[in-house]
Write a protein that binds this ligand. Structure first.
Ligand SMILES: Cc1cc2nc3c(=O)[nH]c(=O)nc-3n(C[C@H](O)[C@H](O)[C@H](O)COP(=O)(O)OP(=O)(O)OC[C@H]3O[C@@H](n4cnc5c(N)ncnc54)[C@H](O)[C@@H]3O)c2cc1C
Length: 301
C-alpha cells in the first residue's frame, strides 16, 4: 500500500508527487495523458518558465521526479476510487488496482468550446481564453473576442488597454441591441452577424461571418464552459461548489476524509472559481501534499 496515490500528471499532480517524494512518502502518480494545455506550444506567466513548451515542463518535472525513489509514475487512466481514509483502492484498466492511505485528485478540467467550425483546431494556437496566459503576445495587434456579451465585456476591459483593434463576434445568435450598445460603448467594433467558421490565415487567424471575414492576430473565446475531466469524480460524493469545482480547505482537503484535490478541478469556497494557471495548480499540489503528510502524521501518532 502506498502512502498516497496522486491522480493526474499536470502541474498540480507533479508538484504534489515532488513534495511527497521529498518527504519519503511512497507515492504512485497515475497519468492518462490528457492535459488541459495539451495543444499549447508556449506557456506564459510562469516565472522561470515564461515561454516554455508545457510538454517540456512536464518532461523536466518527470525527469526530476525520477531521482526520488519513493515516487513511481504510471501512464494509465484511473477508472474509479473507492474506500475510506487509510485504505483507498484505485481501479485501473484490465482489472488491476492500487491501494493507498490517501488520494490526491489532480485530474484537471476539460474545456467545452462553443460549437464553431475550426475552433477546436485553433485552441491554444490562435484561439485562447485567458488574458493572463496569452494577452501579452497580442499587444498592439487586432483580435476578435468571440461569444457571450457579458464575458466579452470582461475580456475587453482586461485586454482593451494593450491589444490593437477589437472586433466582437457573436456565436449562434446575434447580440441584442442593448448588448451591441454596451459593447460599442467600450470602443470596440461589433459584428451584427454570428460567426460561421474560423481558421488559419497567414501568421494569424480568420473569423468568418455570413457577411465578413475578420483577419486578426488571435481569438479570445468568451463562451464555453469547463467540466471535470475525470468521469469518476461525481461518484466520490464530494461537496462541489457552484463553479462546478470540488470544494477544498487550505490544504486541499475535500469533504471526504483522506481524499484531497489540487489544481483546476478544485478551489476554496472563498474564491469565485479555480485560479486556472500552472503556478496556481502547482502551488495547490504542494499544499495538498502537505495536507496529506499532516494527516498521515496525525494517524501515525
Ligand atoms: C489554451 C490554454 C492555454 C493555457 N495557457 C496557460 C499559460 O500560458 N500559463 C498558465 O499558467 N496556464 C495556462 N493554461 C492553464 C493551465 O493549462 C492549467 O491551469 C493547468 O494545466 C492546470 O493544471 P492541473 O494539474 O490542474 O490540470 P492538467 O494540467 O489539465 O492535468 C490534469 C491531469 O490529470 C490527468 N487525468 C485526468 N483524468 C485522469 C484519469 N481518469 N486517470 C489518470 N489521470 C487522469 C490528465 O492526464 C493530466 O495529467 C492554459 C489553458 C488552456 C486551455
Amino acid at each position: 500500500m502506498y502512502d498516497a496515490i496522486v491522480i493526474g500528471g499536470g502541474p498540480a499532480g507533479l508538484q504534489a508527487a515532488l513534495t511527497l517524494g521529498r518527504m519519503h512518502r511512497s507515492t504512485l502518480l497515475l497519468d492518462s495523458g490528457q492535459y488541459r494545455n495539451g495543444t499549447v506550444q508556449h506557456m506564459h506567466n510562469v516565472i522561470a518558465n515564461d515561454g516554455t513548451p508545457p510538454a517540456e515542463f512536464r518532461a523536466t518535472a518527470r525527469a526530476q521526479l525520477a531521482e526520488y525513489p519513493d515516487v513511481e509514475i504510471r501512464d494509465i487512466a484511473v477508472q474509479a476510487v473507492a474506500g475510506i481514509a487509510g485504505d483507498f483502492v484505485v481501479s485501473l484498466p484490465g482489472g488491476s488496482s492500487a491501494s493507498a492511505r490517501a488520494v490526491i485528485l489532480a485530474t484537471g478540467v476539460a474545456d467545452d468550446l462553443p460549437p464553431v467550425d475550426g475552433l477546436a483546431e485553433l485552441w491554444g494556437q490562435g484561439a485562447y481564453a485567458c488574458p493572463f496566459c496569452d494577452g501579452h503576445e497580442h499587444a498592439g495587434k487586432p483580435i476578435v473576442v468571440l461569444g457571450a456579451a457579458a464575458r466579452a465585456e470582461h475580456l475587453i476591459a482586461m485586454l482593451g488597454r494593450f491589444v490593437g483593434d477589437i472586433t466582437v463576434v457573436p456565436v449562434g445568435e446575434s447580440y441584442t441591441d442593448g448588448e451591441v450598445a454596451a459593447l460599442e460603448g467600450r470602443g470596440v467594433r461589433v459584428s451584427r452577424t454570428p460567426v460561421d467558421s474560423v481558421g488559419r490565415a497567414g501568421d494569424g487567424v480568420v473569423v468568418n461571418t455570413t457577411d465578413a471575414a475578420h483577419e486578426v492576430a488571435g481569438i479570445f473565446v468568451a463562451s464555453g464552459a469547463m467540466r471535470q475531466r475525470a468521469s469518476f469524480i461525481p461518484q466520490l460524493g464530494l461537496d462541489m461548489l457552484e463553479s462546478g469545482a470540488i470544494g477544498i480547505d487550505d490544504f486541499g482537503r475535500t469533504s471526504v476524509p483522506g481524499i484531497f484535490a489540487a489544481g483546476d478541478l478544485a478551489h476554496r469556497a472563498s474564491l469565485p472559481g479555480p485560479m486556472a494557471a500552472v503556478m496556481m495548480a502547482a502551488t495547490a499540489g504542494q499544499l495538498a501534499a502537505v495536507g496529506v503528510i499532516q494527516d498521515l502524521m496525525a494517524s501515525e501518532g
